[in-house]
Design a protein. Structure first.
Length: 371
């Protein structure tokens, strides 16, 4: 397969709108990498530049150590799977999968062999004589993927291929795509706005915002060690809780917010002090918020009195949506064997060892304690 190397790749529209700015990273051979971010962040533009469907305004792009800035898409040895499947409605499944090979004048026996192999892998061999209109959404997506597989390209590119499927089928197709990657040992680049998709599929994830790469890391490192406020809030579902406040250092070292004062552990306080930040945002994930009256065995902070606004039972767990008297909102995850009611009072506290702090001005994470 192939590596992909981007060096300060930039895309500017109309001479002023920067859709992607100075993107630099390497996708390793056989790696499954996911580009993720909100709508308009530049992830699809970045994918289309790799494919050759968008011209690169600045920077260089290499595929398999060959500079491809000026190489047309058909000569880049890539295959792309689109969100809308892009199947020919008047052709059978076989003809849709074989079309690209026929255009490249492959022998009929070779075309038949490749289509048969791909359809067997994707379990659509029983539908080769059908037309796309007679297929379900999941089957159409398999045909689109099969059309890419028969090409045997160096690189597979996926542009939100599962967004048109229902929730259950999306989960199934996520698993199947990961299994397909393991079987083909291919280099794959996958675009999605769904952070759950990104977390479950990628070997590494590239998080983008406003055309700028925020962090590149493994799924677990992104979740446990976000570099900034945006990554912390984007990765994780439900999103991380954020509380604005100030840091005070002196005889006691504390984080203060309206209605909440947290004494900081010595090592954390020392690291926070180095940042020279005063105004900051405290971040706490939903699983690190506890009922202080029921979870007293935890290493918890001071109690924070909150009212239950909503209770969301999900079978194995419950999400509580809380609000303090000052309007501060939090989400908390708890065990399903507990009973909570809307309007009830909960004294919440946070796991001292699982608090994140971000500079209010820059959004960058501060006070990181070395393990």
């Amino acid at each position: 397969m192939a590596t992909i190397q981007l060096n300060n790749v930039t895309k500017i529209y109309d001479g002023e709108v920067k859709a992607v700015y100075n993107a630099s990273f390497t996708i390793e051979d056989k790696e499954f990498i996911v580009l993720v971010g909100p709508s308009g962040c530049g992830k699809s533009t970045l994918l289309r530049m790799i494919a050759g469907l968008e011209e690169i305004s600045d920077g260089t792009l290499f595929i398999d150590e060959k500079k491809v800035n000026d190489v047309v898409p058909k000569d880049r040895d890539i295959a792309m799977v689109f969100q809308n499947y892009a199947l020919y409605p008047h052709m059978t499944v076989f003809d849709n999968m074989a079309f690209g090979l026929k255009m490249r004048k492959y022998p009929k026996n070779e075309i038949k062999k490749r289509v048969a192999n791909a359809s067997r892998i994707l379990e659509i061999d029983a539908y080769l004589d059908r037309k796309p209109g007679a297929l379900s959404g999941g089957q159409r997506q398999r045909v689109a993927i099969g059309r890419a597989i028969v090409r045997q390209p160096k690189v597979f590119l996926f542009d939100e291929p599962l967004s048109n499927l229902d929730a259950k089928l999306r989960v199934q197709m996520r698993i199947e795509l990961k299994q397909l990657h393991a079987r083909l040992q291919a280099t794959m680049v996958y675009v999605t706005h769904d952070q759950v998709e990104a977390m479950t599929m990628g070997d590494r994830i590239v998080v983008l915002k406003d055309g700028i790469i925020q962090q590149i890391d493994t799924p677990l490192n992104l979740y446990n060690n976000p570099h900034n406020l945006f990554v912390a809030g984007f990765i994780g579902s439900p999103t991380m809780n954020f509380i604005p406040g100030i840091l005070q250092f002196g005889e006691s070292n504390e984080f203060k917010s309206d209605g909440l004062t947290i004494e900081l552990p010595p090592m954390l306080a020392a690291n926070l002090k180095k940042s020279r930040s005063s105004d900051c945002t405290l971040g706490v994930r939903v699983e690190d918020v506890f009922d202080a009256d029921m979870d007293s065995q935890k290493n918890l902070t001071a109690k924070y009195r909150m009212t239950i606004e909503a209770v969301e039972p999900l079978g194995s767990e419950i999400y509580l949506y809380l609000q303090a008297d000052n309007g501060q909102k939090l989400c908390m995850r708890t065990a399903s064997d507990r009973t909570y009611h809307r309007g009830g009072i909960v004294n919440v506290a946070f796991d001292v060892d699982r608090m994140y702090f971000f500079d209010a001005a820059t959004g960058n994470r501060i006070g990181i304690v070395a393990s």
